[in-house]
Design a protein around this ligand. Structure first.
Ligand code: NAD
Ligand code: GLY
Length: 367
């Protein structure tokens, strides 16, 4: 088993990563049991495909459970479901010292984490992420949220889990498109500050996408360790360090908004195209070599991820796409910092970007 500590003083916790861990989850969860059954929150897809493994493991150890099954999809990160879930937690008799369990992708993790942050002014939660995106990104670091009418993730809290259990085998039941979308976030860690890891991705990404167990476990452990390091330095995204994790997200956000935050473009796919656009824009500014930008696009394309406006079917003008960026929650004092790159593994936060120049860049790209 790989154990990655997330060092945050009294909010520190471990991320445990091991193939088959879900079938042995009782070993890790036993010490969190109380006189009440564990409340496990999941979605309908994960309930059918992965919950039976967790239920069997907990039952073997004599641990009682109650399951809450929510609809799958982004629309579950809503006031309506937050209200219903918090009501259910209170009816269940949750106390501040109790732990609820989030079993699922980023939608379930974000919703359950937010509910845990407010019930009884904060109870505990454990993340058992079942998508690659949740395993390498959203389950670690304590960002929790629901969406508001005005935009994605606008209502939320920083609330760290007590434990994260990652079983890469859960990805066996996840569709290839979802795995590829999560893989974009893996590549992101290489592009931020780890050239060698990007090279590893170039060599091993295709095998990972085909389900190679060793590649999967290595990429997850490496990604979690990279995220844990950044979160430990800048838990609340105040120093600019954690902002590096948003590489590709500003361009990606515009693409997601333009495609209606729908299944037309998954979040990780938008991040892939957004990272390629950020590298392209860095080349235009004379800061990054065309060769590095070409390598980024070539690798993402090789695993089936989109890298251009044409790939995602977006024909909107640069001005319209920039308008979407202005609604991004990263706006600060009327300016929008951009994550740009001086090369692979050399991402930095640029605060001097002129939005008109970004619009011109986007207008010059083929549709
Ligand atoms: P998701 O939770 O919607 O899961 C994607 C789909 O896969 C769903 O249909 C789900 O039911 C299904 N699924 C999950 N695990 C499965 C499995 N093992 N087998 C079969 N099907 C399975 O989406 P996601 O991509 O995991 O997460 C996206 C969410 O994460 C977004 O809301 C995004 O805002 C959020 N996010 C949060 C953070 C953070 O730091 N908190 C970071 C990145 C993304
Ligand atoms: N996914 C970005 C962050 O956790 O900060």
């Amino acid at each position: 088993m790989t154990i990655v500590p997330v060092s945050l003083g009294e909010r520190s916790y471990d991320v445990r990563i091991e193939a088959g861990l879900l079938d042995r989850a009782c070993d890790a969860l036993e010490s969190y049991a109380t006189s009440r059954p564990f409340l496990v929150i999941t979605d309908e897809h994960v309930a059918a495909r992965q919950w039976p493994r967790l239920e069997t493991s907990l039952a073997k150890a004599g641990l009682q459970t109650e399951l809450v099954v929510l609809p799958a999809g982004e629309s579950t990160k809503s006031w309506r479901h937050l209200e219903a879930l918090t009501d259910r937690m209170i009816e269940h008799g949750i106390e501040r010292r109790d732990h609820v369990i989030a079993l699922g992708g980023g939608v379930i993790g974000d919703l359950v984490g937010f509910a845990a942050s407010i019930v009884k002014r904060g109870c505990h939660f454990i993340q058992i992420p079942t998508t690659l995106l949740a395993q390498v990104d959203s389950s670690v670091g304590g960002k929790t949220a629901i969406n508001s009418r005005a935009g994605k993730n606008l209502l939320g809290a920083f609330h760290q889990p007590s434990l994260v259990l990652i079983d890469p085998d859960t990805l066996d039941t996840l569709g290839r498109r979802e795995v590829a979308a999560g893989y974009a976030e893996v590549v992101k860690y290489g592009l931020i500050d780890d050239t060698q890891f990007f090279e590893w991705c170039e060599a091993n990404g295709p095998a990972l996408l085909e389900g190679d167990g060793q590649a999967r476990a290595y990429a997850i452990a490496k990604s979690v360790a990279a995220k844990a390091t950044i979160v430990a330095q800048d838990e609340r995204e105040t120093s600019g360090k954690r902002a590096l994790l948003n590489l590709g997200h500003t361009f990606g956000h515009a693409l997601e908004a333009e495609t209606g935050f729908s299944d037309r473009l998954l979040h990780g796919e938008a991040v892939a195209a957004g990272m390629a656009l950020a590298f392209g824009y860095s080349v235009r500014r004379g800061e990054c070599s065309g060769q590095d930008a070409g390598r980024v696009s070539a690798h993402l394309r090789a695993v089936g991820l989109p890298v251009s406006l044409a790939d995602v079917g977006v024909t909107a003008s640069g001005a319209r796409l920039v308008e979407h960026m202005l609604h991004d929650k990263k706006m600060s004092a009327g300016t929008l910092p951009f994550l740009l790159a001086r090369g692979i593994g050399e991402t930095y936060l640029a605060k001097d970007v002129l939005l008109d120049d970004v619009a011109d860049y986007l207008d010059d790209l083929p549709r």
